[in-house]
Design a protein around this ligand. Structure first.
Ligand SMILES: [Zn+2]
Length: 231
């Protein structure tokens, strides 16, 4: 009987926790985009987020990137980690994306990272591209390793590529950087201290490599190398 009770408890446990998760405040929506589930404050915000996910999926797919596992996209007033300096994050172990809501971004002009001048709706959509790029790159690597610098290079390059030309031109003008000749300019230090420069140089370098699925593939295979530079 004890074994049977334990078995019953183990069968009931996940059902119970799933029911608990659904009872949280907010609205959960399974997007039309394969494997994407959004949790937001209400139906309107969840629907808008699914639309941004669909656009990001179309862009990432056009660059040859794919994803075959469920990704949960949490839109919230706070992030589980990185509060105060981070507005969006991808948790590779939980396969979840966490973003501050658009109205929360609106009220925090000092927390918009590399792109403080973008309208919040455009920033929100571009953050979805950036974070989903991390998830799709992880899947598309199929077990191959890629340094964090290479991951961020692709995420920022595709984030800028997804912007309208006018928005991207303003970002590039503000960054005021040259097209880098080599990938050795991309470092962990640059991500931390000058993310706008990192983002702009990533897009400029990516475009110089063709700015297409082939350029993405060469990063995934290591043909375009990145370096682990530490001081
Ligand atoms: Zn990133």
């Amino acid at each position: 009987m004890r074994l049977r009770a334990a078995l019953l408890a183990s069968l009931l446990a996940p059902v119970w926790s799933a029911a608990g998760a659904d009872e949280r405040a907010g609205y959960t929506l399974t997007c039309a985009t394969p494997h994407a589930v959004v949790h937001a404050a209400d139906e309107a915000e969840a629907t808008d987020t699914c639309a941004a996910v669909a656009a990001a999926h179309a862009l990432l797919s056009a660059f040859g990137l794919w994803n075959d596992a469920e990704i949960r996209i949490e839109v919230a007033e706070t992030l589980p980690v990185g509060q105060g300096y981070c507005v969006a994050m991808y948790d590779s172990s939980a396969h979840s994306v966490h973003l501050l809501s658009a109205h929360c971004l609106e009220g925090n002009p000092g927390r918009l990272g590399p792109f403080p001048d973008l309208p919040v709706e455009i920033l929100f959509d571009s953050l979805i591209v950036h974070e989903l790029a991390h998830a799709y790159v992880d899947a598309s690597l199929e077990g191959r390793a890629l340094l964090r610098v290479g991951h961020e290079y692709l995420a920022y390059a595709l984030q800028l590529d997804a912007m309208d030309a006018g928005d991207r031109a303003r970002v590039l003008a503000e960054a005021s950087v040259e097209v880098p000749a080599d990938t050795d300019v991309f470092s962990e230090a640059l991500i931390g201290f000058a993310p706008l420069s990192f983002a702009a140089m990533a897009w400029l370098h990516f475009r110089a490599q063709g700015g297409n699925a082939g350029a993405v593939e060469r990063v995934l295979t290591g043909e375009t190398p990145f370096y682990s530079l530490r001081e």
